[in-house]
Design a protein around this ligand. Structure first.
Ligand code: GAR
Length: 216
């Protein structure tokens, strides 16, 4: 069967991109990365892409007059690569509703909190400050409201008494790296559908594993 064509959009070090690159190296994995797009020319993930022989493109938001023209360039690049699924992996620009709607149900994001708690930035510091006992990470379909949309997968991560934002970030990333390839595989295998704003797994057994802390 043809593999699902991915575009991965990044702004930073790209450790989630690396997890996807590593998963795609398995010939049996049902997806492949066609292009990596960074809005920052200095993103570490660009080197990861080139090391893996994957096409990497910089679309620098600073070089565009406005958000619309930046997003038009993103859209053209995604179309040029016949993208079937956009994976936001540490992509740190807010996207307009028009762009998001063009990729509705074909774009997913990873966020370092248990959504809908702690949308936005500095999630780890805010969770520790509030004294909550659990943090986590979430993969969700993207909707125009920031860090919102049907939830595909979540992992729950206990917060230790001596936790720091840095230690929690490190811990969270190890879960993210397991979740992202697993979530893409669920989609590529055709096991995901969205019904009434929620993700439903076609296979109920997958539903149980996808519900919380998959593979962990
Ligand atoms: C990850 O922790 C990801 O969840 C977060 O940025 C980090 C990127 O790391 N994303 C967001 O905060 C988006 N709102 P990476 O570049 O090493 O994959």
């Amino acid at each position: 069967m043809a593999k699902l064509r991915l575009a991965v959009m990044i702004s930073g070090s790209g450790t989630n991109l690396q997890a996807l690159i590593d998963a795609c190296a398995d010939p049996d994995y049902p997806a492949e990365i066609q292009v990596v797009i960074s809005n920052r020319p200095d993103a570490g993930g660009l080197l990861r892409a080139s090391k893996a022989g994957i096409k990497a493109v910089v679309i620098d938001h600073k070089k565009f007059e406005d958000r619309e023209s930046f997003e038009d360039a993103l859209h053209v690049c995604l179309k040029d690569h016949q993208t079937q699924l956009v994976c936001l992996a540490g992509f740190m620009r807010i996207l307009n509703a028009e762009f998001v709607n063009r990729w509705r149900d074909r774009m997913i994001n990873i966020h370092p909190s248990l959504l809908p708690s702690y949308k936005g930035l500095n999630t780890h510091a805010r969770a520790i400050e509030d004294g909550v006992r659990f943090s986590g990470c979430t993969i969700h379909y993207v909707r125009p409201e920031m860090d919102n949309g049907p939830i595909l997968m979540q992992a729950v991560i206990p917060i230790a008494p001596d936790e720091t934002p840095e230690s929690l970030a490190t811990k969270t990333l190890t879960y993210e790296h397991q979740m992202y390839p697993a979530a893409v595989k669920l989609i590529a295998d055709g096991n995901v559908r969205i019904s009434a704003g929620k993700v439903v797994f076609k296979d109920t057994e997958l539903g149980e594993t996808g519900l919380i802390s998959p593979l962990i």
